[in-house]
Design a protein around this ligand. Sequence first.
Ligand SMILES: Cc1cc2nc3c(=O)[nH]c(=O)nc-3n(C[C@H](O)[C@H](O)[C@H](O)COP(=O)(O)OP(=O)(O)OC[C@H]3O[C@@H](n4cnc5c(N)ncnc54)[C@H](O)[C@@H]3O)c2cc1C
Length: 442
Amino acid sequence: MTAPIEDWSRKEKLLNWAGCYEYGINANHLHQPRSIEEVQELVRRVDKIKAVGTRHCFNGIADSKHNMLCTVNLNQIYHLDKHAHTVTIGPGIHYGALATYLHENGFALENMASLPHISVGGSIATATHGSGSTLRCLSTAVEAIEFVKPNGELMRLKKGHEDFNGAVVSIGGLGIVTKYTLSIQPSFQMKQIVYLNLPMSVLKNHFEEIMSSGYSVSLYTRFQDQNIYQVRIKSLADPNHSNHKEFDFERFGAKKIVDRDVRSIIELPADFSTVQRGIPGPWHERLPHIRIDSIPGATGAEVHSEYFFPIERAYEAIMAVESFRERIDPLVYTTEIRTIEADEFWLSPCYKQRSVAIHFTWKQDVKNVMQLLSVMEEKLKPLKARPHWGKLFTFTHEYLESVYEKLPRFRQLLIKYDPHGKFRNEFLDKYIFGKKEERAKI
Ligand SMILES: Cc1cc2nc3c(=O)[nH]c(=O)nc-3n(C[C@H](O)[C@H](O)[C@H](O)COP(=O)(O)OP(=O)(O)OC[C@H]3O[C@@H](n4cnc5c(N)ncnc54)[C@H](O)[C@@H]3O)c2cc1C
């Protein structure tokens, strides 16, 4: 069972999922093609257009002043290749629907993000990730990509092509993606265990052990009282297939929860949370934090930011953020610390870098959040912080170019595939091309 899809074209204001960002078009310039041919025809007809998936980003990354192509109807499952272990899909399908289909057919994805309601296309374009010291971001499942070029023609790139590593995490800049072929694996069972209240100081000498004590590990803190208030460990249910070494959390005073499930924001009811207490279940009902059949989000009235650091600097980065605890306190719902394996995608925050990511779910006080981010980022720059493309940040183009060594090459790739900027928007102009004039909407 999956959540219903909202008919966005009936809305008066076109807003992102959290309602904190208003897109620059009205419903007359919102297009929802139902086939690849319709995408091609539309792209030929217009001068400028930007794809949008499920609108779960918090900035202008999917915005356009001209036309937006919503991928909601491009949600087909084209082909499940049981021998090659691949599935070919449209970009608009969301992970919940894809995961349910794969599981019913005996297959699985390697990992999922916290929320299954996000579109596959939007997630791949921004290097969306889950957690797991040996697991890479979700974009690394891509084996092949098909997209519509500015002239309406289709282009296919496979793994191994010289442009592939630039084209997958593309922020939608190369064209409208119409198909992905993803690698899959046999379905598996998982279980989730939660511990409460681990002293933050334990991370100093045991960070890597803790983060590799399960298939996927998340730490939650509000950065108050030097306390990790929740450790969430997702493990393979069959211990014979697991090469993860359990960590003795209770030795450091943390308490295992055996009698109830909890939410990441621990004060909220756990109705939307995936099942915990060590109860085994299918991978797609344990890997996301939020249940597939639920209404997503902490409160809806939230905004997110997230920074990635080299894993060797994890404790330093956590302490750098912690030094802002008093300013963080009134603004934050929760923060989540995760680890991600390195990949080869030019614009991935984990490009050639095993990473720790510190994510913030903020209250929707955008002005004060942005003020805090601008101060905090100054302290994070020496740690080579890379921001999540789809969340709030204040870094400049110049700084981003200093931490994304392939950004100039990505710029050349955009010029190669889209020389007249049909798929470019103010976000790409500002952060990739270094132009200064983005609207200050958020
Ligand atoms: C409650 C919540 C939980 C989240 N959890 C996580 C998490 O666990 N991990 C994480 O990393 N992120 C997380 N995110 C962030 C989110 O996963 C990413 O921002 C992701 O990009 C959202 O996908 P979308 O389809 O909603 O993107 P959109 O905002 O719709 O689009 C994002 C980008 O993708 C491009 N795009 C979309 N479809 C296409 C296409 N067909 N062709 C070309 N370009 C395309 C758009 O142009 C845009 O640049 C979360 C967000 C929310 C609100």
